[in-house]
Design a protein. Structure first.
Length: 455
């Protein structure tokens, strides 16, 4: 129970601020964590308590919380040109350079970039681009969007409709025309006796059936995270993207990779699509794009989609879309530096060299009788708690098992995230081996304590 005074930071947080995606009864009981600053992968609260953040903020603070190169890039650009837009044929020099860099590091030989302030807006922007193309190319019926159950694509009305989570029902979402296929999670969705290859085949068949039912000419695009993030860190089954893309290509349906989490090193390659050996028709980027130092999203289009959008826009003089802060010069300068830091200053190498240690700990914890599955890719992973390992029966939801584990971690000075019955880890790329050991030691202590309490 909390015992803070009415004028405490915790009480003041509750009094005048809304939290996003927050279990309010738990905060009412425990109090908010009000943070003042960070150092490397650690953050500090108003009482001076230290927490190792095993989630890199929200997947994004991959360079830690005090990277001097990033804060210097921000300060220098604020001094030089603190804000501008990318409307009416104007844009900052930083934005010009960022687009060149993004195309250079993208899987595309050439292409163009459109900027937003967030990943949600980037997905919305991509959907509007596809709708716009449908209208411009005499296929006005091409409007439906296919995603997967458990996918996370954001919170705006359209990106929430793409998100395959039941909680969006409270908003009366999804909007019409958003179709959610089976979550590609072999451990949970695979049938008894079904091989992983057969599971992939069944998912491909489901896509074919849906296309036939809906009419492939009514489908504007298929969006997928290479590894599902907020759905609980779910890597695809073997051959999944190859099987799906083959079907989509037959019907000229673009495959859009939502790389908001996977992009810039999380899976070990620059892009998640690279890790899984496919080239999408567009990439949605955010989060790591600025290493979390500025709100920014980007839609990166392949040559084909770039050319078509350019032609369709010229035909009516303009593409009527854009945000006031799209291509913000400070965000652009930070993103340029972040890409440099991740790709050229050793961050992605460090992430790669930490991955075997991360995987070894995950494999070790997977042996626990109440861990049903330890899964992941690169430096993102999830441990799924189960009551019964053989039947995969979950704990009763009243037990709030993952919240309890995460709360115990917080008490031990470790921030990790409960997601369904899983606990998610996505450490910063700057972590040391010692910090990785600290992360798993604290997590293991919390797991042991909570499993002892509930069994
Ligand atoms: C976080 C996330 C988004 C939404 O990004 P916001 O910046 O929160 O709007 C979209 N797609 C994926 C895969 C994400 O993880």
């Amino acid at each position: 129970m909390r015992d803070d005074a009415p004028n405490s930071w915790e009480a003041r947080a509750d009094a005048h601020s809304f939290y996003g995606f927050t279990d309010l009864p738990s905060v009412a009981e425990r109090g908010a964590v009000v943070l003042t600053h960070g150092k490397g992968p650690y953050v500090y609260d108003v009482h001076g308590r230290e927490y190792l953040d095993a989630n890199s903020g929200l997947w994004n603070m991959v360079a830690g919380f005090d990277h001097p190169g990033l804060t210097e890039a921000a300060k220098a650009q604020y001094d030089r040109f603190p804000g501008y837009h990318a409307f009416f044929g104007r844009m900052s020099d930083q934005t010009v350079m960022l687009s060149e860099k993004l195309i250079e590091v993208s899987p595309f030989p050439r292409g163009k970039v459109f900027y937003t302030n967030s990943g949600s807006e980037a997905n919305d922007t991509m959907v509007k681009m596809l709708w716009f193309l449908g209208g411009a190319e005499d296929q006005p019926e091409r409007r439906k969007i296919i995603t997967r159950k458990n996918a996370y694509h954001g919170v705006t009305a359209v990106s929430a409709s793409m998100t395959g989570k039941p909680y969006n029902e409270v908003f009366g979402l999804p909007l019409d025309g958003f179709i959610h296929l089976t979550c590609p999670h072999y451990w949970r969705e695979g049938r008894s006796g079904e091989t992983e290859a057969d599971f992939t085949k069944r998912l491909a068949k489901e896509l074919e059936d849906v296309l036939e039912e809906e009419g492939p000419e009514t489908i504007a695009g298929f969006f997928a995270e290479p590894v599902m993030g907020a759905g609980g860190v779910i890597p695809p089954p073997d051959g999944y993207f190859q099987a799906i893309q083959k079907i989509l290509k037959k019907h000229d349906i673009p495959l859009i990779a939502d790389e908001v989490i996977c992009g810039f090193g999380r899976t070990g390659a620059v892009w998640g699509c690279e890790s899984y050996g496919f080239t999408p028709d567009a990439i949605i980027s955010s989060k790591n794009l600025t290493a979390g130092y500025f709100p920014m999203g980007a839609v990166i289009l392949s040559p084909d989609l770039s050319d078509r959008l350019q032609a369709a826009s010229e035909a009516i003089e303009e593409f009527p879309h854009g945000f006031t802060a799209s291509g913000h010069p400070v965000g652009s300068a930070i993103a340029l530096k972040a890409i440099d830091v991740i790709l050229n200053e050793g961050l992605i190498e460090n992430a790669r060299s930490l991955t075997p240690i991360f995987e070894a700990h995950m494999a070790r914890l997977a042996k626990h009788p109440h861990i049903g599955e330890a899964r992941g890719k690169g430096l993102m992973g999830a441990l799924e708690a189960v009551r019964d390992k053989d039947t995969k029966e979950p704990f009763s939801s009243d037990l709030s098992i993952s919240e309890r584990i995460a709360n115990t971690c917080t008490d031990l000075g470790l921030i990790c995230r409960p997601l369904g019955q899983a606990v998610v880890l996505c450490p910063a790329f700057i972590m040391t081996e010692a910090q990785m050991e600290e992360m798993f030691a604290k997590l293991e202590k919390a797991l042991k304590q909570i499993f002892a309490e509930v069994t």
